[in-house]
Design a protein around this ligand. Sequence first.
Ligand code: V0V
Length: 140
Amino acid sequence: FVTAIDHVGIAVPDLDAAIAFHTEHFGLEVAHEEVNEEQGVRETMLRAPGTAGTETAIQLLAPLRDDSAIGKFLAKSGPGLQQLAYRVSDVDAAAAALRAQGLRLLYDEAKRGTSNSRVNFVHPKDAGGVLVELVEPAKS
Ligand code: V0V
């Protein structure tokens, strides 16, 4: 049910500094920015030039609050890779299939993700130490 690697998420303490780093050193381009209050993040999607929203993105995640998922991650692990996100066509079906295989999903119901996507997560302890996000993009 995975159709693509949607994005890789990096926890950063300073979003503007991280955007500058990835654009200046690697030539990535800012594709999207938003604040997700529920998740406690300010986030930016970066893409390689010319990939027009189809290729894997880099998601920079800065905390709005110390007690958010990213705030806690930064306090414990410091800046760095925080999540791997798989694109799926139906997040509810994907979550149900993985639950049936014995993996723990973080949410009973999918929550709102970037650009009105619907998201859920596999607990990192059930996925080889990697926080795996499942992303169902908004229907265009
Ligand atoms: C925690 N652990 C991780 C981890 N976060 N391991 C790998 N990758 C991560 N990102 C480890 C942690 O070191 C502990 O290991 C263990 O998991 C349990 O940690 P915990 O202290 O019990 O739990 P917390 O409070 O650190 O929470 C971890 C979880 C939390 C994964 C439950 O971060 C969460 O709810 N994440 C989902 C939401 C999220 O990440 N939102 C921000 C992005 P030891 O010490 O026991 O060995 S929002 C987003 O991606 C959006 C909007 C989008 O893409 O659209």
